[in-house]
Each structure stands twice: as structure tokens, then as C-alpha cells.
Design a protein around this ligand. Structure first.
Ligand code: NAI
Ligand code: MG
Length: 356
């Protein structure tokens, strides 16, 4: 155990609300785990910063963040700032700048939470979505010509490299190998996308040969949406491109009961750069400022951060608290059909951590 330097970027909307709750819970956790400590520094980057400075974060932001062991991120997005600006200048700038090519999005129906799927609990829905997080459809390659005219052309090029697909697919195999069911599903669209996705199919087949202990299958992304709903128990780990896994993980979030529960980790596996932990959800204009955002997705993301930092005991303690709170319907926020506030969930989590 040790002290960890954590850069905290609350961002916009409910990002600030769920991250404030998460930091409070981490503070309580460190008081209960001898030797565990966090030096948290809050960085006020996001849309407010943009309105003042004309950019989402300072020019030397990556140099600043590079001095931390991990980054805890809320969400960005504001009604008066274009989404492609907020996303690219902050979240994607960090993910790509720090080569966080492995995006992990676990999805599991927690005891006490109702999935919108009938009769589906954590025994039938326990997935890990592995998302390529550095290239593909979000490589940022493209441009616009004759802007505003009737003859305008916009080109958005997906970039798939052998090295980029191989490294994320290999990580997915490693993760599948460590799970109970040891099954990995490759999700592509290689019937329609004949180049990049076919490369994925080939690279997957090559790497699969090195993992005889992992059962594999393949699914086209459209068929995968159906399988996630009709046969959730047939899925263990799935690996997909940046865009496809982005979409599938929102669906996964809905199927575990609420997008507000879904955690994620943007990992630089080589640990050259800090990794970033964030809930899957966005800034949620519709509920921002009301104090009713579900903080569990953000807190679960912090649990993933603890695992990444090697703090397994603290992570287990936090996960036990998350499970206790999720199981109690009186502590459900409105997205789960309850009446609890963010603050009530925060306080219950702290209590569930046990005595200091
Ligand atoms: P959203 O994830 O913010 O909200 C979608 C729906 O889920 C809303 O009805 C919201 O109330 C609900 N929801 C989400 N998180 C919740 C929570 N913790 N507790 C309770 N309910 C929750 O997605 P939306 O509305 O498409 O986007 C809003 C803004 O967020 C946009 O500007 C978008 O670009 C941005 N965004 C940012 C992301 C990020 O920073 N990583 C990810 C997704 C969206
Ligand atoms: Mg998304």
C-alpha cells in the first residue's frame, strides 16, 4: 500500500456531482485502510474553463497530468459548447495523448438491481466490454472542403493498424484467460467494412492460436445487439473497435439497470503514462444540478483505479460497499426507480465501508 497522486477532473454537469461523491468515498476509504493514501488535486478543466480560456484544458495539460499516478474523470459536455470540441479537446486528447488504448467497461447486473431484461441477473449478465481506444473510427483523420456550400464534402476516415488491433486483442485474450468462463467474442462488421474489419478478423485468428485455453467466437456488431438482449449468458468478454464498443457499452449500461452504474477504465497497459478512470455516462443535462445523479458508476470506476494501482484489499472493500448500497432499494437514485439523492448514496457508501 502506498500514497497515490490522483489528478481529479470533474468536468461538466453531473460529472462534478458524481466525482465529488467519489472523492469523499475515497477519503473515507483511506481513513480505514492503514497505509493507503491519496494526494488528490482537482483540475478545473471543462466547459467553464473553455468559456474563459477558449480551450478545454491548458496547453501543458498532458505534462501536468503526466506527474500523477492516475486520473479520475467525471464527464464533459455542455449545451453551449459543441460536443466534438469538448470531447476531442479533453477526453480524447488525454486518451490518445497517453496512449490509453485499452478501454475496459465491465457490465454486470448487481444484486438488488433490476435489469430491463426479464429474469436476467448477474449470473446471466456478467460481461467485460474491451474497446479499442486509440484509433479506428475515432482516429481523427478526415476533413471538410467547400464548407457551407452545396458542394460541401466531409471525409471521416477510420484508421485500423495491425499493431493497434493486435495490442488490444491480445489484452482482451489476457483478460478473458483470467475470468471464470474464459470466452472471448470478437465483434466486427467485416461483411460491410472490407478492409479494417477484415484485418481485425485476421489478427484475431492469429492471436487466438496462442490462447488455446480461451474459447472464441465472432459476431457482427448488428447481430451482437440482438445477442446481448436475447442470450446475455452466452457472452463473457467482447472486444470491438472504438465506435462499435462505444455503442455496445451504452447498451450494456442500459441492460445492467442504468447508464449511471456503468464504470470504465482507459488503460495504458505499459504504464508509461497514467491511466484514466471515468463513468461511461456523460454530463446529463437533464438532471444536472439536481443532486440526484447516480454516483455508483463513478465510484465503481474508482474501484477499477484501485485495482490498477495494486490496492486489491482496498478495492475489495470498496466493491463490497458498492454491492451493499446497490442491494438496498431505499438507496436507489431516480434512474434506478428510487428517490435517493447523490449525497444519500455517498453517505451510505461511507457507512458501508465499515468503522475507521
Ligand atoms: P448522458 O450519459 O449524459 O445521459 C444519457 C441519459 O442517462 C440521461 O437521461 C441521463 O440523465 C442519464 N444518466 C446518465 N448518467 C446518469 C447518472 N449517473 N445518474 C442518473 N442518470 C444518468 O448522455 P447524453 O445525454 O447523450 O450526453 C450529454 C452530454 O454528455 C453531451 O454533451 C455528450 O457529448 C456528453 N458525453 C460525455 C461523455 C464523457 O465525457 N465521457 C460520455 C457521453 C456523453
Ligand atoms: Mg459513449
Amino acid at each position: 500500500m502506498g500514497r497515490h497522486r490522483i489528478a481529479v477532473i470533474p468536468g461538466d454537469g453531473i460529472g462534478g456531482e458524481v466525482i465529488a461523491a467519489t472523492v469523499a468515498v475515497l477519503g473515507a476509504l483511506q481513513a480505514r485502510e492503514p497505509g493507503l493514501g491519496f494526494d488528490c488535486r482537482t483540475l478545473p478543466w471543462g466547459s467553464d474553463y473553455y468559456r474563459r480560456a477558449g480551450r478545454m484544458m491548458p496547453e501543458d495539460a498532458l505534462a501536468t497530468l503526466g506527474r500523477f499516478d492516475a486520473i479520475l474523470f467525471g464527464a464533459v459536455g455542455a449545451r453551449d459548447v459543441p460536443d466534438h470540441v469538448t470531447l476531442w479537446q479533453l477526453r480524447l486528447a488525454i486518451c490518445q495523448g497517453f496512449d490509453q488504448y485499452l478501454n475496459l467497461r465491465p457490465a454486470r447486473v448487481l444484486p438488488g438491481i433490476a435489469s430491463p431484461l426479464r429474469c436476467v441477473d448477474g449470473r446471466r449478465l456478467d460481461w467485460l466490454v474491451v474497446r479499442e481506444n486509440s484509433e479506428g473510427e475515432y482516429a481523427g483523420a478526415g476533413g471538410r472542403v467547400h464548407q457551407g456550400s452545396a458542394g460541401e464534402v466531409a471525409i471521416e476516415t477510420a484508421v485500423f493498424t495491425r499493431a493497434g488491433s493486435a495490442r488490444v486483442i491480445r489484452q482482451a485474450f489476457e483478460l478473458a484467460r483470467r475470468r471464470l468462463r474464459k470466452r472471448l467474442t470478437l465483434v466486427t462488421k467485416s461483411n460491410a467494412q472490407r478492409f479494417g474489419m477484415v484485418l481485425w478478423d485476421e489478427v484475431f485468428a492469429e492471436i487466438a492460436a496462442e490462447y488455446p485455453d480461451v474459447a472464441t467466437d465472432r459476431e457482427l456488431v448488428d447481430a451482437m445487439t440482438v445477442r446481448m438482449i436475447r442470450r446475455p449468458e452466452s457472452i463473457d468478454v467482447m472486444v470491438a473497435s472504438n465506435l462499435h464498443a462505444d455503442i455496445l457499452s451504452d447498451l450494456a449500461g442500459a441492460l445492467i439497470g442504468s447508464l449511471g452504474l456503468a464504470p470504465s477504465a482507459n488503460i495504458n497497459p505499459e504504464r508509461v503514462h497514467p491511466s484514466m478512470f471515468e463513468p461511461v455516462h456523460g454530463s446529463a443535462f437533464d438532471i444536472a444540478g439536481q443532486g440526484i445523479a447516480n454516483p455508483l458508476g463513478a465510484v465503481w470506476s474508482a474501484e477499477m483505479m484501485l485495482e490498477h494501482l495494486g490496492e486489491s484489499a482496498a478495492a475489495a472493500r470498496l466493491m463490497a460497499a458498492i454491492l451493499r448500497v446497490a442491494a438496498d432499494a431505499s438507496l436507489h437514485t431516480p434512474d434506478l426507480g428510487g428517490k435517493a439523492t447523490t449525497a444519500a448514496v455517498r453517505d451510505a457508501l461511507i457507512e458501508a465501508l465499515g468503522a475507521p
